[in-house]
Design a protein around this ligand. Structure first.
Ligand code: ADP
Ligand code: MG
Length: 330
């Protein structure tokens, strides 16, 4: 049984960056205003995510890492929207089958926190009282220690740390009311260091640099026709002065970081046609639509989504982007 669990867990947590994404999303779900990530050995030795969120109650600790245990179900009306938000109560459980997980947490108004370690879905010991200031710290050590081939592949592949920095950069420019930091173990400087700000452009500047931020155009689009599509979109797209080797598309749908290849391709087409010299754009887009219109593919790690009325939505966004680019180019 434990082998089966491990294989399933290795599907949910495919690389260190997938663990970081799940942990940071949990911190965001816990209403954190500050999230910091520490990484050692591309995440294979250690991943630590610390937040200042609402913490985990003592009585929830024993079942925290059981599969399909989630505190988030009651908030959502129907299965469809649970599915679309990816709330499955599977992430932490999975991590305990492929790494050593230690949770330190304190809930509001408590004098001390608790620390407890998990393996293979269960607590290794009773939670121990410990000093803690605020929120939750989750430590994953020795990720894939029991998956020799996976560890080898990851050790030989390019450092996962780059992917983790990229992930945190994306979160930081969307959740601008949250401070993010991401640091390599032993380094004195953080590679992502963004302070909460009311201005999206400020956030983009602090994460991606002035050369990106100064070449952006604001865009907005919406539709409210139930017979064709219902959505709201706002974002920033690069202008003719932004020249890069590859497209950066940061897409949030209903506040979840996702990918939508159809939309990305459609926008690349517009850039090639209107700004051939700046045809690899930087795009940040936040789309809001009814949760039941979003379909996340069955596999929990697949960030690729498809949308109800996707063609209509993609075409509308495409035409807004096109007219904005044409106007800016005149
Ligand atoms: P899900 O996010 O799908 O509910 P997870 O396995 O990611 O499942 O997490 C399980 C549960 O652990 C969450 O429902 C939440 O109650 C709790 N939890 C995990 N991380 C945190 C955190 N940083 N702060 C507060 N609660 C957390
Ligand atoms: Mg989660």
């Amino acid at each position: 049984e434990s082998v089966v669990n491990r294989i399933a867990a290795g599907e949910v947590i495919q690389r260190p960056v997938s663990a970081v994404k799940e942990l940071v999303e949990n911190s965001l779900d816990a209403s954190s205003t500050s999230i910091s990530v520490l990484v050692k050995d591309g995440g294979l030795k250690l991943i630590q995510v610390s937040d200042d969120g609402h913490g985990i109650r003592y009585e929830d600790l024993p079942i925290l890492c059981e599969r399909h245990t989630t505190s988030k179900l009651s908030k959502y009306e129907d299965l469809q929207s649970i599915k679309s938000m990816g709330f499955r109560g599977e992430a932490l459980a999975s991590m305990t089958y492929v790494g050593h997980v230690t949770v330190t947490t304190i809930t509001r108004g408590q004098l001390h926190g608790y620390r407890v370690s998990y393996r293979d879905g269960v607590m290794e010991n009773e939670p121990k009282a410990c000093a803690a200031v605020k929120g939750t710290q989750i430590l994953i050590e020795n990720l894939f220690y029991n998956m020799v081939a996976r560890r080898k592949t990851l050790q030989n592949s390019a450092d996962d740390y780059t992917k983790i920095v990229d992930l945190l950069s994306r979160f930081a420019i969307h959740h601008i009311d949250v401070s993010f930091s991401c640091r390599k173990h032993g380094a004195t400087r953080a590679d992502v260091h963004s302070v909460a700000t009311p201005s999206r452009l400020n956030a983009i500047r602090s994460v991606y640099g002035l050369s990106v931020a100064q070449n952006l155009i604001k865009i907005e689009a919406s539709d409210n026709d139930p017979s064709s599509s219902v959505f709201e979109m706002d974002g920033f797209i690069s202008n003719s002065n932004y020249v890069a080797k590859k497209t950066t598309m940061v897409l949030f749908i209903n506040d979840r970081l996702v990918e939508c290849t159809a939309l990305k391709r459609a926008l690349e087409v517009v850039y090639v046609a209107t700004l051939p010299k700046a045809s690899k754009p930087f795009i940040y887009m936040s789309i809001t639509l009814p949760p039941e219109h979003v379909d996340v593919n069955v596999h929990p790690t697949k960030r690729e989504v498809s949308l109800l009325n996707q063609e209509v939505i993609v075409e509308k966004i495409q035409s807004v982007v096109e007219s904005v680019l044409r106007n800016s180019n005149e």
